[in-house]
Design a protein around this ligand. Structure first.
Ligand SMILES: [Zn+2]
Length: 144
């Protein structure tokens, strides 16, 4: 594991952890190295400050993990959100459009529900102003 001091185009200094110098070069080439503060991909290696440190100990800088695949991060977050949603909502299955309507028109207790609706049923709910959202849920309910 190598820790490089990096500086983005907007002068944000941060640390990146890489398997090797080659790994850093490869990730930078693929646009995977970005400034955690501003997201800039204009990132360059700078000499490590600690290497020239001769005096008092410096406060430890927060370590930022960079160079991670943004898609993997997004999937992880989405997975977590789905977990939350799946544990807090009631599965009403194919009765979803009817139940969403009953809740909206206060004919059923207000609660978070999930279930299945065809595109047509979904569009009808949206047309009626009923707040519903389609979520792409992987078959297993999670990505990993
Ligand atoms: Zn920056």
């Amino acid at each position: 594991m190598k820790i490089f001091d990096l500086l983005c185009g907007a002068d944000h200094r941060f640390e990146g952890w890489f398997a090797s110098a080659e790994d850093y070069a490869r990730q930078k080439k693929r646009g995977l190295v970005a400034c955690p503060t501003c997201g800039s991909q204009k990132v360059d290696r700078v000499p490590s400050a600690t290497r020239f440190n001769t005096g008092a100990p410096q406060p430890a800088a927060p370590r930022q993990e960079v160079g991670q695949d943004p898609l993997a991060i997004a999937q992880k977050l989405y997975s977590r959100m789905l977990d939350e949603l799946l544990t807090k909502s009631e599965d009403v299955g194919t009765a979803f459009p009817a139940e969403a309507r009953r809740i909206y028109y206060q004919e059923a207790p207000a609660r978070l529900i999930r279930g299945e609706a065809s595109q047509k049923e979904h569009d009808a709910l949206v047309d009626e102003g009923i707040p519903v959202a389609r979520l792409p849920i992987p078959p297993s309910g999670r990505w990993n």
